[in-house]
Design a binder for this molecule. Structure first.
Ligand code: ADP
Length: 718
């Protein structure tokens, strides 16, 4: 991989820094937009609330006004009871006296507020007039001259009233001859029911207000055998009212006093007359805009009441001011929200530019790295790739790879890779397993330039442990690997070169010891045995080193076949039984009957068991027992070698599988000890896809347990 010196400026500035001026102004624009939007909403809501309340107020007023007509009507009805009382009085009093009437009238007027005065008019025939006049005089009423001009000329209705209303009717006057009463009297006679008059003027009326009266013809009982409607006329009862008084009480009760009001008197076939506030015969009765009207009908007449709708009628202080409250609260909120929006965006923009800065710094650092670096996000899209990576895999500008899918990126590698498919499969597997860590895996690139990369990969997680993505680092180890290879080649060459002469040395010593060179003295024999022992030890060491160097170089090819394990174990145990016997050790084989064959390299698995058996023999004192157990759990072949030997401390157990493991024990190392046996054993077991473990307690013994899959996928060198 090339050095970072000529690396160009990491790109990405354009994609991480949008139009800066716009970004800066964004806070102001957003705040202004928020302000205008909320302001419009506030004003809209306030005006809306005002409109709703106004229409509610109008509705309430209309309801009250329609209630007023009922109220006025009820007052009128109540007042008509005075007429009924007067009627009863006329019918029951056989002889009318002034005192009796005054007493009666004052008692009635105390009970009601409606009428200003009650009157009666007994019918007096023209012949009786002199006598009636005399009687009235005695009662203190001067009826004066009585002119007979009415259609009822032979019987006069002569008025009397209490309390007197000046200017309305003269006591003793002929009510029928008064043009203001004539029609009413006739209607009442015809209908035999109370009849109301239209507005009437009173000479002394101080305020120009209108008056009206209700008139009732009173009939006595009919002669026996005649229809009730044929009872004789006994007189008239009448009650006089001031229109304004009626209205005042009702308006007061309904909370409308002070509200502008016009009342028109209407009767069929007559033009309406304004009776309130002033008597203006020509007043226009059409309804002005903003006014509401209601009608009251009574005793053959109708009143049209017109009210001007007051502003905010019937609204509480809170309701009247609710739009101001909404407006002020809304304005406050608008200002607050706009300021908050502004500062929030300002903070975000500042954070964003900080992030831009950090991001570009990271890009500079990653871009300068000699190692090829790739960072993926949690969705396996490429976040960052540097040019060392792009160059190593023959890819274009690393910035063009950003945001692309990792599978597409790796497929675009334009270099020849040994075992390309397997390599890509590994990369894919890593992306799908967030936990996976690869400390080091070599990738060989063969063209255009041969080089070896060491790949490491680990997940990237945040402080809370959430998976954010994956980091890949590709380091160029071409030089390191070729040095290692040269070293291994050297070791293997040296070991090879040592093995040949050693074999011949040991062989010739054997031959000499067998006496092929003549009789040997006891001393010579002793010396030659030392030579043979050390020669054997050296041969074993050389064999172990050769094995290890092959394992390291992945040049160790297994030749697996289906092997029956029980006979193999017996055979191996037999092979070293002489050694056991020489130390008086007992060997027990506990081998299950139904063990299926295993797919293993016979020689290498034999080497594994031989190592374990020989260690057990060497590290178990004379007379000890060595037990070999073999069984199958269906998927694994389980073999354990247990001894009653010196044992291994817990601390040392960690180290026994390391190369040149030396365990400090009193006394010399046993013959044949190289410290490589268990390291090779472990490597061989793992090449078969299996595991090895140790359990031991010092002074009691050790147990080495091997588990190898029956259908092992043997890991042969590439
Ligand atoms: P060596 O050639 O020295 O035996 P190994 O790799 O086979 O080397 O074993 C490493 C060390 O583990 C030995 O030196 C020995 O101290 C210890 N060891 C191995 N097997 C046993 C055992 N069965 N009992 C006690 N110690 C053992």
């Amino acid at each position: 991989m090339r050095l970072a010196a000529e690396r160009r400026q990491p790109a990405g500035g354009s994609s991480y820094a949008p139009n800066a001026a716009f970004t800066r102004r964004l806070g102001v624009i957003a705040a202004a937009a928020t302000f205008l939007m909320l302001l419009a909403m506030t004003i809209g809501t306030a005006l809306g609330a005002k409109a709703v309340l106004n229409s509610q107020s109008e509705q309430r007023f209309a309801d009250v006004v329609s209630g007023v007509s009922n109220s006025v009507r009820a007052d009128l009805d109540r007042s008509f009871t005075e007429i009924a009382a007067l009627e009863a009085f006329i019918r029951t009093e056989s002889e009318l006296t002034n005192d009796r009437f005054q007493l009666f009238a004052s008692s009635i007027s105390q009970r009601t507020t409606g009428s200003e005065a009650l009157g009666f008019a007994p019918r007096v025939s023209s012949e009786d007039l002199a006598e009636f006049t005399e009687r009235m005089k005695i009662q203190g009423v001067d009826i004066g001259t009585f002119s007979v001009t009415s259609p009822f000329a032979d019987r006069f209705p002569v008025a009397y009233m209490f309390p007197p209303v000046e200017g309305l009717i003269e006591p003793g006057g002929n009510v029928v001859s008064d043009p203001r009463f004539g029609t009413v009297v006739q209607d009442s006679l015809r209908n035999r029911s109370p009849v109301a008059s239209g507005p009437i003027t009173i000479r002394t009326n101080p305020s120009g207000q209108s008056w009206f009266f209700v008139f009732q013809a009173v009939f006595g009982d009919p002669e026996p055998g005649k229809h009730p409607s044929e009872g004789p006329l006994m007189g008239y009862a009448f009650s006089i009212y001031r229109a304004a008084d009626f209205l005042a009480a009702s308006l007061d009760r309904n909370g409308l006093s002070g509200v502008p009001l016009r009342v028109f008197d209407e009767a069929p076939g007559r033009t309406a007359t304004l009776i309130f506030p002033d008597l203006e015969p020509d007043a226009n009765d059409s309804l002005a805009s903003g006014w509401v009207q209601t009608s009251v009908e009574f005793a053959g007449r109708g009143w049209n009441l017109q009210f001007e709708t007051p502003d905010q009628f019937g609204l509480s202080a809170l309701e009247r001011n609710v739009w101001i409250i909404i407006l002020s609260a809304g304005l406050g909120l608008t200002v607050f929200a706009s300021i908050s929006m502004f500062s929030l965006l300002k903070a975000r923009i500042a954070a964003h530019s900080d992030l831009d800065l950090i991001t570009s710094q990271i890009r500079v650092i990653v871009g300068s790295a000699i190692e090829g670096i790739v960072v993926l996000d949690a969705d396996n899209r490429l976040l960052i790739a540097n040019s060392s990576f792009a160059e190593a895999f023959g890819m274009p500008d690393p910035d063009l790879l950003t945001h692309k899918d990792w599978s597409a990126v790796r497929e675009s590698a334009a270099v020849a890779i040994t075992d390309r498919d397997r390599f890509f499969e590994t990369l894919g597997r890593l992306s799908n397993s967030p936990e996976a860590v690869i400390a080091s895996a070599d990738i060989r690139i063969t063209a255009p330039t041969a080089r070896t990369l060491s790949m490491s990969s680990s997940p990237v997680s945040d402080a809370a442990g959430e998976y954010l993505g994956r980091l890949f680092v590709f380091r160029d180890v071409t030089v390191e690997r070729s040095v290692e290879e040269a070293k291994t080649d050297f070791v293997s060459m040296v070991s090879h070169e040592l093995r040949t002469p050693l074999t011949s040395i040991v062989g010739y010593v054997d031959v000499l010891l067998e006496g092929a060179g003549g009789e040997l003295s006891a001393e010579s024999q002793k010396l030659l045995q030392v030579v043979r022992r050390n020669g054997n030890r050296l041969a074993r060491l050389v064999a172990d080193i050769l094995d290890l160097s092959r394992i390291d170089n992945a040049r160790f090819d297994l030749e697996p076949s289906l092997i029956d394990i029980p006979p193999l174990i017996s055979e191996l145990a037999d092979a070293i039984s002489a050694d056991y016997k020489s130390k008086g050790q007992i060997v027990k084989l506990e081998i299950a009957d139904d063990m299926p064959p295993a797919y293993v390299d016979r020689i290498r698995i034999g080497q594994v068991f031989t190592n374990l058996l020989s260690n057990a023999h060497r590290y178990t004192p004379a007379g000890g027992t060595i037990t070999v157990e073999a069984s199958s759990d269906g998927s694994n072949l389980n073999v354990s070698v247990r001894d009653t030997g010196v044992g291994i401390s817990a601390e040392e157990q960690q180290k026994v599988f390391e190369r040149f493991a030396r365990i400090n024990r009193k006394g010399a190392r046993p013959t044949g000890s190289t410290g490589l046996g268990l390291a090779i054993t472990k490597a061989l077991v793992e090449l078969h896809g299996g595991t090895i473990s140790v359990t031991s307690s010092p002074g009691t013994g050790s147990e080495f347990a091997v588990a190898i899959p029956h259908s092992t996928q043997v890991k042969n060198a590439a």
